[in-house]
Design a protein around this ligand. Structure first.
Ligand code: TXA
Ligand code: MG
Length: 327
């Protein structure tokens, strides 16, 4: 049985955090909210505990995990941090920035999928930070969804996907950003964007200078996880770019009442279920939840509005493209 605790996300009950910290440290799984999405955490220094994450999610072993720590100093528990990485963390942490750095040898192989590197981040959420402080060890935590499903932005979505796998589920309500952290390779000389996310590229480049945007082939070599299918809703998803052409396509496949829509712009005709957001940040915060809701409705297909790649729009476009992949 999973024990579920409801916590005030701003000032969580310390006694609950202390219990959850002990559970984590003892080798069991704890699901918890971060500012991006919910994570499924295990003691990152225990390969047995980490193996439970892969089993619970059905995650391929070649997709490495992000290790979460409580402070910039604690990054050194798992990685070698050079001056550039320290400057970036001092500027953006706690926050949605994950840096891939050279790993310390004692980081278990399954955390890193046998790579010589490890991904590290410091989450900006009182529940996540409190949990990290109480457990006193680095915490490996991928998003707390079944592999291939949209990331969970609520405790309900975690429970829906993972059932009783976590020993403890910390319910801190809906997450604020709604898309995962920005992942940056900080091993090579030039920084490379491996996954656009909650920290806009524009903000990163203002501090770090030019960041490389790799071609797909290079990306596969760098970030093994990107090869796998992601963020897939159970209904076919069509993308609405600048032109209205997609609407002719979907009108040939379904009646308006059988179409679900998410996005910013007003759709050209009335759809069965419509989730519209006032701006791109709200779209990011609501996208994964909307995909999960819409697939429970009696619909044939989904259409999603593609925003511009400005700021959070870059991450939204990436997630929507992956969600629409048919293979
Ligand atoms: O916001 C987030 O990042 C959330 C919360 C829970 O912190 N976590 C998350 O984890 O999204 P996950 O496992 O769903 O995504 C981790 C990404 C994957 O694309 C993975 O391939 C990449 O980080 N990654 C992890 N370690 C890596 C490494 N050593 N080298 C390259 N990419 C790595
Ligand atoms: Mg994930």
């Amino acid at each position: 049985m999973t024990i579920r605790f409801r916590l005030d996300p701003e000032s969580p009950d310390e006694r609950v955090l202390a219990v959850a910290g002990r559970v984590l440290r003892s080798g069991r799984l704890v699901a918890f909210p971060t500012e991006t999405v919910y994570g499924l955490g295990a003691n990152a220094l225990s390969s047995e505990a980490v193996a439970c994450i892969f089993a619970a999610k059905g995650r391929p072993a070649d997709n490495p995990l992000i290790v979460h720590v409580a402070s910039v100093e604690d990054v050194r528990q798992v990685a070698r941090m050079d001056h550039r990485a320290e400057v970036l963390f001092r500027r953006f942490a706690p926050g949605p920035l994950t840096l891939v750095l050279p790993a310390r040898e004692d980081v278990p192989e399954n955390v890193r999928a046998s790579l010589p590197t490890v991904a590290v981040r410091i989450p900006a959420h009182p529940v996540a930070l409190g949990l990290l402080r109480y457990c006193g060890c680095p915490v490996a935590a991928p998003s707390a969804n079944s592999s291939g499903r949209p990331s969970p932005t609520t405790a309900e979505a975690v429970a829906e996907d993972l059932g009783n796998s976590p020993a403890v589920l910390l319910d801190g309500g809906s997450t604020v950003l709604g898309v995962e952290s920005t992942v940056v390779d900080a091993v090579s000389e030039t920084l490379t964007l491996l996954r656009p996310g909650g920290l806009p590229l524009e903000e990163l480049e203002a501090v770090a200078g030019k960041v490389l945007l790799p071609e797909t082939a290079q990306l596969l070599a760098h970030s093994p996880g990107t090869r796998h299918r992601h963020y897939a809703p159970t209904l076919p998803l069509f993308l609405w770019e600048e032109e209205d052409q997609v609407w002719a396509e979907v009108a040939a496949l379904a009646r308006p009442g059988e179409i679900g829509y998410v996005g910013l712009r007003e759709p050209p005709f009335e759809c069965g279920v419509v989730r519209r957001f006032a701006h791109a940040d709200a779209y990011a915060a609501g996208l994964f939840g909307a995909l999960r809701d819409l697939e429970k409705c009696a619909l044939r297909l989904l259409v999603a509005d593609m925003p511009s790649s400005f700021r959070i729009g870059r991450a939204l476009r990436d997630r929507l493209r992956r969600a629409a992949q048919r293979s």
